[in-house]
Every structure is written in C-alpha cells, then in structure tokens.
Design a binder for this molecule. Sequence first.
Ligand SMILES: *Cc1c(COP(=O)(O)O)cnc(C)c1O
Ligand code: SF4
Length: 335
Amino acid sequence: MIAASPLSDHPERWQSVLAEAVTDPAELIALLGLDPGLLAPARRAAARFGLKVPRGFVARMRRGDPGDPLLRQVLPLGAELDEAPGFVTDPVGDLPSETAPGLLHKYQGRALLVTTGACGVHCRYCFRREYPYADHGAGGGRWREAVAAIAADPSIHEAILSGGDPLSLGNARLAALVEALEAVPHLRRLRIHTRQPIVLPERVDEGLLALLGRTRLATVVVVHANHAAEIDGTVASALAALSGRGAMLLNQGVLLAGVNDSVEALADLSERLAQARVLPYYLHLLDRVRGAAHFEVPETVAVALVDELRRRLPGYLVPRLVREEPGAGSKTPVA
Ligand SMILES: *Cc1c(COP(=O)(O)O)cnc(C)c1O
Ligand code: SF4
C-alpha cells in the first residue's frame, strides 16, 4: 500500500482487497488445511522475506495439498534459509545499470523504471526479493529524475514500468507518471510489467482502463503467470478488459521446480493464456537469487521441455527460453 500523501489517490476498491491479503503463515496454513508442522519453518523464512498473498489467489489453490503449484510460489519454506553456492542478492546485475534513481538502462532503446518496491504478492523466487528499493527506486517524487533522464536520451523509445509491481501505484500517481512519459517526444511505447492482473484482478479497474485507453503511447502489458490454475474467470475478464483497451498482452513466466517443470503444465499454461488473448513471451530460467535454490530446474531439462512444447503447440504459443546474464545486451536465449 502507498503511504497517504497529498498526491495519493482516493482509496480505490482494489486497495482494500489488497489490504486484506494473507500475511500470516498460520492463517494460510489454516485456510488450506495444511500440516501445522509447516508453520515454524514458514515463520523463520518469512522473517527474511514476508508472506503476502491476496485471498482470491489462495482461493485458486487446492485445499490440503502442500504441493499445490500456486501455494509453492508463495509459501515460505525452511529450504530458503539453506546456503547455496552461487545464489546471491543481486543475481541479474541490476545495480550497475542504474543511470538515474530507479532507472535501469541495460538494453538498447528500452529503459526500465523501478517505480515501487510493493507487489500484490510475494513470490518466493523473486529475483528482486532483496533489491534495495529504498535507495534504488524511483518511488516518491524521484521518478521525475528518471523521466528527465529518459527525456535527455533520444535513443530510448520504450519506457518499461517495473518494480515491484507498478500497478501497486494508485491510478492518480500512475496517470501523473504516464503523462510525464507521454510528453517525451521520442517515446513510442509504454510497457507495464505486472503480476497484478493475475494475483489481484480487481486492480484492472475503470480508472486504469481509462488511463490506458487515452494514452498516445502503444501499450504493452506483460503479465506474469506460471501455471494455468492462476488464470480463472476473474483473471480472464481482467485480461479481456485490458485487450479491449488496445493493450498488447504478453506473459513472462519462470520455470520453477515443483510448479511448472513438466510439458503438461507448460502446455496447459500456453493454452490458457491463448484463450485469454495473451501471447507467451518469455520463459525465464530461475535467477539465482539467495533463498530460491530449491526452485532451480537444470538447463538441460529446461531445453528438453521447450523442445517438446515446440512439437505440441503452434509456434506462437511456445515461449522463448531465456536467461538473464549480468552485463549482457539482451536476455540470453537458451538453446
Ligand atoms: C528484461 C529487461 C528489459 C526488457 O527486455 P526485453 O527483452 O525487451 O523484454 C529491459 N530492461 C531491463 C533492465 C530488463 O531487465
Ligand atoms: S510479482 Fe514480480 S516483482 Fe513482485 S514478488 Fe513476484 S516476481 Fe517479484
């Protein structure tokens, strides 16, 4: 949630839904009828990176199943505290590419704005789970400096709003930011990297749709779903509303052990996305962030899975398997 300030919005309905998110591991375990033995390790792991999951997302999980693919993405586990060589706090080399507060300019033509540290959900494998948002974000009023840096660089044609989740900002703040970007003549596209339409479909409200409907920038919304069960009817409606306003919809997922590391799970995800008019864009190999080693899928397995997907699905429903390498000029294809 955003702290109240003269700039902050009137409370929006989605904000009260988000305020009701489950943050206590004991409550999550009770809601799903899980083994109480999970609680002590969950509390220890949550002390490093808190639990947060909206109730609507919990409702899509199977009761009594500790292996549920949605649950695995959010339930803190003792395994997160195991030391694993090579798993570090800034695995993708974000900080060296910061060119203004919260502005990451790694790739040609595109610059990414870390708008806020807040998310609608805490994914245990998040590569920014330890990102120092307070010192390296464009939160508060600091995004103005980032926009000034974009305005000063005519090679940038696309602004990517990221975070955290940029849709954690209320509509008034978001509108102020988008209007500032629209005023930069060399910007052509606005891209929004967000998991909120998936975990909190209430976020796709009239205010947001109006904002997207009136911008001169070509708009691309990149959502983040890893499993078909994440996309229920409410999510599909939110996605339909976004495409109804002319946004191009893409999905990026992460290949996660125990969540979607099977051909069936990945094929079902692509099929479900297609029904919601979303193209699978990237399937990321796990970023090696501290605490996430138990999610890693070996590269050879990843390549074999995507090869098999290619046999089963139309080419446009096969996501590009990529890895993020510090210092590289683009995401690195894995073949
Ligand atoms: C991933 C990323 C982008 C976007 O890359 P695309 O290949 O265009 O999707 C841009 N900037 C940063 C810093 C990124 O990490
Ligand atoms: S929604 Fe994205 S940024 Fe937020 S915790 Fe999940 S992976 Fe990280």
